[in-house]
Design a protein around this ligand. Structure first.
Ligand SMILES: NC(=O)c1ccc[n+]([C@@H]2O[C@H](COP(=O)([O-])OP(=O)(O)OC[C@H]3O[C@@H](n4cnc5c(N)ncnc54)[C@H](O)[C@@H]3O)[C@@H](O)[C@H]2O)c1
Length: 259
């Protein structure tokens, strides 16, 4: 049973049932903010719902479905004003080179799905959440809300074989400043985080040697980034009222080589 409290800032996290989104949802709830997660993975939704308990809500659905996104926004607004949005739903499929072995061209479905999930899904989240936040009471700066998009180091230095994912993440880098300018009229700030390689549970399935090799490529500190470091950066971008239109790299100065 949730009770609306106008002094509480509700947080909306897409892709919040796994990895960086999950860590972010748990971080914000532990900071005392009610959190609503939207994720399409039903089993993971059950798990994060149990951990959030009555401090939040979980909607199982897709960022590409307007009705699902709106359900999550409506759920967030039952707790308090929806003021902060973190669009973590994203990822990629192995696509390979533009021209693969034997001259086979890149799979068009993989390219389209990757753009849909990362670019269209993040934009859909942003446009519907911003519309809801535009109804908030402005603070003394006129601010009504803030959003964080998630891009990647691959959006700056995409590697060979990452044409779909890198192009999608580049689009999000470009979207950040345009969205910040565009939403200035309603008092909503937009920033982005570009993680390098983060230490999520996905690494538990892979060979440990790969993780060790990657850690060695990070200039300093020589390790992967922790999900809580990501959540803390999101909190900073959302709460620092002069941060706007910025893409913050979180990567220990890692720059990806061509391959
Ligand atoms: N983990 C890293 O090292 C890293 C590095 C750079 C960028 N990123 C980006 O950070 C974000 C989170 O990555 P992660 O590693 O935590 O991934 P993850 O796969 O652990 O989590 C992504 C979540 O998004 C959900 N999701 C996928 N499609 C969805 C949809 N259509 N609607 C709703 N939810 C959907 C998945 O079910 C999953 O729970 C992604 O955008 C990813 O590209 C991650």
């Amino acid at each position: 049973m949730t009770t609306f409290d106008p002094t509480r800032r509700a947080v909306f996290v897409t892709g919040g049932a796994s990895g960086l989104g999950e860590a972010t949802a748990l971080y914000f709830v532990n900071q005392g903010h009610p959190v609503v997660v939207l994720d399409r993975d039903a089993a993971k939704c059950d798990s994060i719902a149990a951990r959030l308990g009555d401090r939040g809500a979980v909607i199982c659905g897709s960022v590409l479905d307007d009705a699902d996104v709106q359900r999550a926004i409506d759920a967030a607004r039952t707790f308090g004003e929806l003021r902060w949005v973190i669009a973590c739903a994203g990822g990629g499929e192995v696509g390979g080179r533009i021209v693969g072995k034997g001259g086979v061209p890149h799979d068009m479905g993989i390219f389209q799905r990757t753009l849909d999930l990362n670019v269209t899904g993040s934009f859909n989240t942003l446009r519907l959440a911003a519309s809801a936040m535009s109804e908030n009471n402005p603070d003394e700066d006129g601010e009504r809300g803030a959003a964080v998009l998630i891009t990647s180091g691959a959006g700056f230095e995409g590697q060979i074989g990452q044409i779909a994912y890198g192009s999608a993440k580049s689009a999000l880098i470009g979207m950040t400043l345009i969205a910040a300018r565009d939403l200035s009229s309603v008092g909503i700030r937009v920033n982005a985080i570009a993680p390098g390689v983060m230490n999520t549970s996905a690494w538990e399935q892979g060979p440990p040697e790969l993780k060790t090799a990657l850690e060695a490529t990070v200039p300093f500190p020589k390790r992967l980034g922790e999900p809580e470091e990501f959540a803390r950066l999101a909190e900073h971008l959302l709460s620092n009222r002069y941060m706007n239109g910025h893409v913050a790299r979180l990567d220990g100065a890692l720059r990806f080589a061509p391959k």
